[in-house]
Design a protein around this ligand. Structure first.
Ligand code: NDP
Length: 444
């Protein structure tokens, strides 16, 4: 059995009931196979794959809090500090009832390579809770965040581990988390990113992931002599990533026609009304059923279905495993040219393979959604120098970073005769930098 297959089998056996983690490791291992096989003895001797798949540290804790009726509620909190070979652990916090150890491990594992691809000095981590923010009052959200941070603050810091937002964690939650950190640790430092602009946040951080995904779509089309101008874009999700993907798609001259949430989806053939979407989701925190009130000619459907709409570019921006094999077949049949993953691992392995085999340019999340963590790293830089950069400066750097990532993943794929396999390119380029740093630092 080859070294890759041997470690993959061990990872699966050692981590039962963590299918998302198996999926993420399988995708990375399958694509870095040529790199490992070129120097198998050395990687095996150094146990590189075993070290890469075993988190450096995992902290799991109880989060008790009191709801508005005076009842004690208890949730699970977790932080996975996966790999700090190239910088402090960095990765978001997810608050969603589906959160469990396997999901946080898959996200933390992906984050190692994504952060490496940004070219910035940040390691990989991820965390969260099975707490469901939906339907909770602001007071309840605050009490939960304070209890969560009371425990988490022992393990994080501006130079050790810097969490940020993810599903269910936006500006409001980061504010409450930061307030509690400051209160307990007595430190005014850049320990979280995604902060409000009045207390150390960076301009363009809110927009960064969605903007970055559309910059990536622009890069991949440009490499094939085309552009976003006049393209129809199908987007899933209606959260932070999706909203700003819609905004940037318009700025690049394209027309985004769909969005979705966990109950249904909207098709607006004239183009999504961005202001309506922001009001529904960012201000009123309501469901997409409201959208029709703003745009009577749009369609609202229960369930899932955005991938059935004809498009040039598809951007899954909601959650993991939301683009399945039948969706991939529909996209191909409808002539879709490119898929850029705004979310983390939204496309299943078989759907990815089908898209690639049928000539769709497929850019995986660890490259296409790296804009969010890249601007988080720029927020850390601004906090360290106690300065704030303008929106244009941050957005300009973001655009440069996305172009650079695309170049690096294309070059890495080409070096192994895997032209246009951006999944392999992203995994190889991300892997090489982290592993060089791990080898230089010895067995640790
Ligand atoms: P938000 O919580 O702001 O939005 C998530 C959106 O996806 C909502 O519309 C939500 O609908 C929908 N959604 C979530 N879970 C499900 C589900 N199980 N089924 C169907 N729809 C679902 O999160 P973000 O926009 O921040 O994150 C979206 C994705 O992007 C995630 O995969 C995240 O890891 C990834 N990402 C985010 C970054 C960031 O900077 N925010 C950075 C890099 C990646 P509803 O409100 O109904 O639940």
């Amino acid at each position: 059995m080859s070294y890759v297959d041997d470690v993959l089998a061990k990872v699966i056996a050692k981590n039962p009931s963590e299918p998302e983690f198996h999926q993420a490791v399988t995708e990375v291992f399958e694509t870095i196979r040529p790199v490992i096989e070129a120097n198998e003895e050395m990687y095996k001797r150094e146990a590189i794959l075993e070290r890469l798949t075993e988190p450096e540290r995992m902290i799991k804790f109880r989060v008790p809090w009191i709801d508005d009726e005076g009842n004690v509620q208890v949730n699970m909190g977790i932080r996975v500090q996966f790999n700090n070979a190239i910088g402090p652990y960095k990765g978001g916090l997810r608050f969603h009832p589906s959160v469990n150890q396997g999901i946080i491990k898959f996200l933390g594992f992906e984050q190692i390579f994504k952060n490496s691809l940004t070219g910035l000095p940040i390691g990989g981590g991820k965390g969260g809770s099975d707490f469901d923010p939906k339907g909770k009052s602001d007071r309840e959200i605050m009490k939960f965040c304070q209890s969560f941070m009371t425990e988490l603050c022992k393990y994080i810091g501006a130079d050790t581990d810097v969490p940020a937002g993810d599903i269910g964690v936006g500006g409001r939650e980061i504010g409450f988390l930061y307030g509690q950190y400051k209160r307990i640790r007595g430190l005014y430092e850049g320990v979280l990113t995604g902060k409000g602009l009045t207390y150390g946040g960076s301009l363009a951080r809110t927009e960064a992931t969605g903007y970055g995904a559309m910059y990536m779509a622009q890069e991949v089309l440009k490499a094939h002599g085309d552009s976003m101008e006049g393209k129809t874009v199908v987007i899933s999700g209606a959260g932070n990533v999706a909203i700003y993907a819609v905004e940037k798609a318009y700025q690049l001259g394209a027309k985004p026609v769909t969005c979705s949430d966990s109950t249904g989806w909207v098709y607006d053939p004239e183009g999504i009304d961005l202001e309506a979407l922001k009001e529904i989701k960012e201000v009123n925190r309501a469901r997409l059923t409201e959208y029709k009130k703003y745009r009577p000619n749009s369609e609202y459907h229960e369930g899932r279905g955005v991938w059935a709409i004809k498009c040039d570019v598809a951007a899954p921006c909601a959650t993991q495993n939301e683009l399945l094999i039948d969706d991939a077949k529909q996209l191909v049949a409808n002539g879709c040219k490119a898929v850029v993953e705004g979310a983390n691992m939204p496309t299943t392995l078989d759907a990815t393979k089908y898209l690639q085999e049928n000539g769709v340019w497929f850019v995986p999340g660890k490259a296409a959604n790296a804009g969010g963590v890249a601007v988080s790293a720029l927020e850390m830089s601004q906090n360290s120098e106690r300065l704030s950069w303008t929106f244009e400066e941050v957005d300009g750097r973001l655009q440069g970073i996305m172009a650079n990532i695309f170049r690096n993943i294309s070059d890495a794929a080409a070096r192994y005769d895997l032209d246009e396999n951006y999944v392999a390119g992203a995994n190889i380029a991300g892997f090489e930098k982290v592993v060089n740093a791990m080898l230089a630092q010895g067995v640790c």
